[in-house]
Design a protein around this ligand. Structure first.
Ligand SMILES: NC(=O)C1=CN([C@@H]2O[C@H](COP(=O)(O)OP(=O)(O)OC[C@H]3O[C@@H](n4cnc5c(N)ncnc54)[C@H](O)[C@@H]3O)[C@@H](O)[C@H]2O)C=CC1
Ligand SMILES: O=C(O)[C@H]1O[C@H](OP(=O)(O)OP(=O)(O)OC[C@H]2O[C@@H](n3ccc(=O)[nH]c3=O)[C@H](O)[C@@H]2O)[C@H](O)[C@@H](O)[C@@H]1O
Length: 468
């Protein structure tokens, strides 16, 4: 009999994971549901709800064959053997734990829906990143709302996808972690989920643990990755003071196989909603468990990230002779990193707001982020208490050359590939002099830029040049 899977939540994780399962398991019927009807309409159209390299081709190949997007979650739940919860888990904005603890209401609602519409036993997979022991709450929710003869097994199976390379992460995962209950029913549920992944993931990459370890591992992975970035960013400040280059330091450190080279790229700070949210959640859990020293340790990772953004913005103002008022500054890249439209907590927002508050006029260009998104992200800058005045100071361009024309400085926030191959000689000729580049990604060809005449400032290495 054909295995049937259902996803509750057609966002990034639901949409991406379901598509790859449908691609790799043609005999499995995958149905993806969302409580927002418009999201489902987008999945059924040619303009998917978000951009991710490779996603469109997979959806096109599988949609209507064994991949379906629908609002009829009652039928989808009833038919499914395995149900993934991929609802969003935002940070609480009010009440106990405000600003740190996460709000599980969407996950709980999904669990209730599963209980209401299930007429046979189900394996429920907690895919959303949740606090430790959330599976217990899900189980309570399921048992309190279910029909008498139905039983559930809850597995924890966190997603480890980074935006921009999520399809690659799914097709060739470093590991699939499945946490299950220590019982024969738990083992059966584990085997059922394994049998899906085994279609394309080597068996040795599927690792098992108890449910709580799996839940904690999801938070801990993001916390450790963010901690590495904050560590290298802290060293970038030292490098700028002593004349070292953080890229060299990072390379030297990364060659040590005990440390490894990934997530040691110095930047203007990590962005995205996930790192900060997961660390804050970890801090909240530590405070709840009366582990204040542990909570403080992780808080420093976030503090260092804030420091890096502020340090970079202040340096721009300092270098531009302590005032940017009336100066036109181009900001290249607005998303958290290349190949994604995600702007949540993007360092570019912090930098743009600082420069706007200091009175600069910003020319922003990002290859994929929509103009309306940029206006929304910057709408609360104090300089623009009246949102209508924002367009006077903020201009969004559809191409890099137009954005750079007539500017005093270029600030590189995101390393989209196209920024590396721009004709900087031509750009320099159309900029105000002296022309500055602030490279927040350490990705441009600095000797060449300096030869052209730019003053180059790059994070983690101070370069002062005079125009030839
Ligand atoms: N975006 C990413 O790359 C990663 C996300 N995660 C985790 O996965 C979870 C989901 O994240 P995203 O997909 O990014 O969120 P998202 O916000 O893109 O999508 C969540 C979707 O769930 C829907 N939803 C909410 N309640 C529902 C319900 N009861 N039934 C059906 N649909 C419902 C929402 O309408 C929304 O479309 C979060 O916990 C996140 O931390 C984990 C790893 C990577
Ligand atoms: O929980 C999640 O949703 C996901 O969060 C992150 O993925 P993501 O936020 O999409 O992107 P990353 O590639 O990790 O980058 C996050 C931020 O860190 C920055 N970064 C990354 C690497 C680095 O060396 N330096 C650095 O500053 C990036 O520019 C970006 O702003 C994790 O990498 C994923 O494993 C996890 O599944």
């Amino acid at each position: 009999m054909m295995t049937k899977i259902c996803f509750l939540g057609a966002g990034h994780i639901g949409g991406l994971t379901s598509s790859v399962i449908a691609l790799k398991c043609p005999h499995v019927e995958v149905t993806v549901c969302d409580v927002v009807a418009e999201t489902i309409s987008k999945w059924n159209s040619d303009k998917l709800p978000f951009y991710e390299p490779g996603l469109y081709d997979i959806v096109k190949a599988c949609r209507g064959r064994n991949l379906f997007f629908t609002n009829d979650y009652a039928t989808a739940i009833e038919k499914a053997d395995v149900i993934f919860i991929t609802a969003n888990v935002p940070t609480k904005t009010s009440g106990i734990g405000k600003g740190k603890a996460v709000d599980l209401q969407h996950v709980e609602n999904a669990a209730r829906m599963i209980a209401w519409y299930s007429k046979s036993n189900k394996v429920v997979v907690e895919k959303s990143t949740v606090p430790v022991r959330a599976a217990e709450s899900i189980m309570h929710m399921l048992n309190a709302n279910k029909s008498a003869n139905v039983t559930f097994q809850v597995l924890s199976n966190p997603a480890f996808l980074a935006q921009g390379c999520a399809i690659e992460d799914l097709l060739r995962p470093q590991r699939i972690l499945i946490g299950s209950e220590d019982s024969s029913d738990g083992t059966d549920a584990f085997n059922k989920l394994c049998s899906i992944y085994e279609h394309w993931v080597p068996k040795e990459k599927i690792i098992s643990s108890n449910t709580w370890s799996s839940e904690l591992s999801a938070l801990a992975t993001n916390a450790m990755l963010a901690q590495r970035i904050s560590s290298i960013n802290s060293l970038s400040a030292v490098c700028e003071s002593v004349g070292a280059d953080v890229s060299d330091v990072s390379h030297a450190i990364g060659c040590d196989s005990r440390i490894g080279s990934r997530y040691l790229h110095s930047s203007i700070g990590f962005g995205g909603s996930r790192f900060q949210r997961d660390i804050l959640n970890l801090i909240y859990i530590c405070e709840y468990l009366n582990l204040p020293e542990v909570a403080t340790y992780w808080q420093h990772v976030i503090d260092m990230n804030e420091y890096q953004k502020t340090r970079f913005s202040s340096n721009i103002v300092d270098v531009l002779h302590n005032t940017v008022k009336g100066k036109r500054i181009a900001l290249l890249g607005f998303s958290i990193k290349k190949n994604t439209v995600d702007t949540q907590q993007s360092p570019a927002i912090h930098i743009a707001k600082t420069l706007l508050d200091e009175g600069a006029t910003l020319h922003i260009y990002d290859p994929k982020v929509e103009e309306s998104q940029i206006f929304e992200d910057l709408g609360h800058s104090p300089v623009c208490e009246i949102p209508e005045c924002l367009p006077k100071f903020l201009k969004i361009y559809a191409d890099a050359y137009s954005a750079l024309n007539g500017t005093h400085a270029i600030v590189l926030c995101t390393a989209w590939d196209e920024f590396m191959s721009l004709d900087y000689k031509q750009i320099y000729s159309k900029m105000m002099k002296p022309a500055y580049i602030f490279d927040g990604c350490k990705s441009l060809d600095h000797p060449n830029l300096m030869k052209i005449g730019f003053h180059v400032h790059t994070i983690g290495k101070k370069i002062w040049v005079t125009v030839p």
